[in-house]
Write a protein that binds this ligand. Structure first.
Ligand SMILES: N[C@@H](CCC(=O)N[C@@H](CS)C(=O)NCC(=O)O)C(=O)O
Length: 243
């Protein structure tokens, strides 16, 4: 009788080269590349053949972090081994989820579906609020929730450093995310800028999704809970985060 064969290793995931002449975004499910990808979805840019999203497949045998460190295309495009990375029609590339999101909006959202469009040379207060919101959510909100994520991810609740989690919640997440959103939403607006959904809500939706994923009772403010529920009801959010 021959000895049992070891299970064959799954073939390595190989990411495609960017498509020249189009925008390309490299993405992995759950990572912050979800922010520009949700904007692409909201604007229907894949269907319109303007943007190609290359997604590292999500499966029990594929570790996106490993693909980032080994895939030849990603190693070349993202030497820091992080996503998102966007490749522009001329082949040049750019990183940073907020910058990529703003660049996509500037290029494709002339009608202002997800942002207040620039006026005739004057910066309107709403557009200023929009620019501030996108940068704040990604530069301040995202690191604040990720500090907590690092203390919660794959750690059973009883084994977590609950003292450190409570401290981070009090000193970072509450003032930076929860109290900030609570103040913005206090005049019973539905979204960050008012009655209309915008790309700022995409960014904060991502931060709140990570907070919920931590399963550490991070958000208790009723206005913020209701705001997150509104964001989570969108088709694009469900397709990205309710798999
Ligand atoms: N400031 C950067 C952060 C990029 C970043 O850290 N991306 C994370 C995902 S959210 C990543 O790719 N991590 C890979 C890893 O942890 O191995 C941005 O907003 O794009």
């Amino acid at each position: 009788m021959s000895p049992p064969k070891a299970a064959a290793a799954p073939p390595p995931v190989l990411m495609p080269e960017p498509t020249m002449g189009m925008w390309n975004i490299y993405h992995a499910p759950w990572l912050c590349s979800s922010i520009p990808v949700q904007i692409v979805m909201e604007l229907g840019l894949e269907e319109a053949n303007k943007v190609v999203v290359h997604t590292i497949p999500s499966s029990p045998t594929v570790d996106a972090r490993n693909v980032l460190k080994t895939d030849p295309v990603l190693l070349r495009l993202s030497p820091r081994h992080v996503l998102p990375v966007a490749v522009l029609p001329d082949g040049s590339s750019m990183c940073e989820s907020a910058a990529i999101s703003l660049a996509i909006l500037e290029t494709f959202d002339k009608a202002g579906k997800l942002l207040p469009v620039p006026g005739n040379g004057e910066l309107s207060p709403k557009r200023a609020q929009f620019l501030q919101g996108v940068v704040y959510a990604v530069a301040e909100g995202y690191p604040s929730v990720m500090k907590l994520f690092d203390k919660c991810y794959h750690i059973p609740k009883v084994k977590r450093d609950n003292v450190a989690i409570a401290e981070l919640k009090r000193t970072s997440f509450e003032p930076v995310v929860e109290a900030h959103l609570g103040r913005i939403l206090a005049d019973s607006r539905d979204y960050y800028l008012g009655a209309e959904f915008s790309a700022v809500d995409v960014c904060f939706g991502y931060v709140l999704m990570v907070a919920e994923y931590c399963d550490a009772d991070l958000v208790g403010h009723p206005l913020v809970v209701a705001y997150h529920a509104r964001l989570a009801a969108r088709k694009s959010y469900k397709e990205l985060f309710c798999m």
